[in-house]
Structures are given as structure tokens and as C-alpha cells.
Design a protein around this ligand. Structure first.
Ligand SMILES: [Mg+2]
Length: 265
């Protein structure tokens, strides 16, 4: 389907398609409409493949999906590459790099997977089996946000070890410089061999900047307290739409508007 569709919807998940209580209900009907129109809905998230599988099942999605902040793309339909395109470095390698950076800045950067269950629940709101799925990482390294005063020194280390750090609302992500959400979109585009389509991109935080920069139509989804101002600032010279409602409600409204404007129905 990605090979012959004239439109792709590429969407972040947390805070974009659903709110921080992980409710997918508001966007469900609109996703069904997109499916009827044969428009692929490509989830593009910092979540793990194990977590996205649950969401795809709930939404009945069959399109490829981008996980771990763009470090890997999976999908049954990616037959030419046995169902996966990997852009990232292995988790264990990233863990070593995180330790090296910690030594250089003399501050212990803590992997998300090292938190106790109760600390992880407090940070993410996830419990029980959801915690197990969240920890099933292979190509990216989420860690606790470092103090702001260390950011400059951390950035120097990133250059040295050929990694990037994306700071999210609740945690940071260490990734190979070869992987981010935008690079994953470009890899999927290349795989599809389809050069003649538009991308509607939707995101809510600075790790979605590469996603939005690789989208023809850029939609920023605000949270309940408004949009992420850092993301808005980075997009200020570009054309983008700020959804008028938060999370899945904003998602649904903006996609429905575009379905009408583009006369897809
Ligand atoms: Mg998000």
C-alpha cells in the first residue's frame, strides 16, 4: 500500500495520537476512514516494537511502523527486507556509549531500563506487562533527562561518539546519528520506490522535528496545557498547522479537515 498510495499519514503516538493516559479512542473512527481510503497510517514513535504491536492490533493497522525514535522500521509488508529496516546501533553499544559519556561529564546518566518498577511507573504511567513491553528495546537508549547545565558538555560527547540525543517531555533518547524519525521516513520512502506522494506528519514534541521536516503537511498537536514551545520555536519559519484541540482530538479534527480539503471523499 505504501508503494502506490498518493498520501501517507505519518504520526507520532504518545501525546499525539493519544494522551498520556494512553487512550486511543478519539482517533479511532478517523483511522478507519483512512483505511477505507487506502491511505497508510504509519506510526512513528519512540516506543518499542513490542508496544506498537499492541496499538496496531487495537487499531487494526497493517502498515509499516517506525519504532525506537526512528532506529528501526518493521512491517509484514516489507517483504523485500524480511520485514525490517534497521538504522540504529544495538542497545548494548548505546549503553556503553552512555556510560562513557557519564564518565566524561562526571554525572551518572541513568537508562530508563535501570529504574525500579515503581520509579518507571511514576515516570511513564505504565504498569505490569506494559513495563515489560516498554523495556524490550533493541536500537535506542532512553535515559533520565540530565540537568540543563550539562547539556553543552553532553553535546560535545555526542559528536565524539557519533550519537544524537533527543530530549523528550519526560525522558531523553540516545540514538545513532544514522537514525531519527526523519531518516526512518526517508528510508521507508526509498524502500517504497514511490516518489509521487505527500506526507501528512503529526507530532507533539522536539523529537518529532525530523518527522515534521520530512512531511509535506506539518501538524503540531498540543497537550492539554498547550503546545511544546520548543518545537513551535524550531518550526517558526516554516508553514505548519497547530491543532486546536489536544492529543487524539486534535489529531482527528486536523485529519478530518484535510480529508475534506483534499477532497478525498
Ligand atoms: Mg510524542
Amino acid at each position: 500500500m505504501i508503494e502506490n498510495s498518493s498520501l501517507w499519514v505519518v504520526s507520532d503516538v504518545d501525546g499525539t495520537l493519544m494522551d498520556h493516559s494512553y487512550d486511543l479512542t478519539p482517533a479511532k473512527e478517523t483511522i478507519k476512514t483512512l483505511q477505507k481510503l487506502s491511505i497508510p497510517v504509519i506510526l512513528c514513535t519512540s516506543k518499542t516494537a513490542a508496544e506498537v504491536k499492541v496499538i496496531r492490533k487495537e487499531l487494526n493497522l497493517k502498515d509499516p511502523y517506525i519504532v525506537e525514535n526512528g532506529a528501526a522500521i518493521y512491517g509484514e509488508s516489507l517483504k523485500k527486507v524480511n520485514g525490517e529496516i534497521i538504522l540504529g546501533k544495538k542497545y548494548e553499544t548505546l549503553k556503553e556509549i552512555l556510560n562513557l559519556i557519564s564518565k566524561e561529564i562526571d554525572y551518572k546518566l541513568i537508562p530508563l531500563n535501570n529504574l525500579t518498577d515503581s520509579d518507571a511507573t511514576e515516570l511513564t504511567g505504565l504498569k505490569g506487562n506494559s513495563l515489560i513491553l516498554m523495556r524490550d528495546r533493541h536500537w535506542s537508549m532512553p535515559f533520565l533527562n540530565p540537568p540543563t547545565f550539562l547539556e553543552k558538555r553532553i553535546n560535545v560527547c555526542c559528536k565524539k561518539y557519533k550519537v544524537d540525543i533527543f530530549k523528550g517531555n519526560r525522558m531523553s533518547h540516545l540514538l545513532s546519528i544514522n537514525s531519527n524519525k526523519g531518516k526512518a521516513i526517508r528510508a521507508l520512502k526509498k524502500y517504497s520506490n514511490n516518489q509521487d506522494f505527500q506526507i501528512i506528519g503529526l507530532g507533539d514534541s522536539p523529537n518529532d522535528l525530523p518527522l515534521l521536516l520530512n512531511s509535506d503537511i506539518k501538524i503540531v498537536i498540543p497537550g492539554i496545557d498547550g503546545p511544546n514551545l520548543n518545537l513551535i520555536d524550531q518550526l517558526k519559519n516554516l508553514e505548519f498547522t497547530l491543532a486546536s484541540e489536544p492529543n487524539g482530538y486534535g489529531w482527528k479534527n486536523e485529519i478530518n479537515k484535510l480529508i475534506n480539503e483534499l477532497k478525498l471523499i
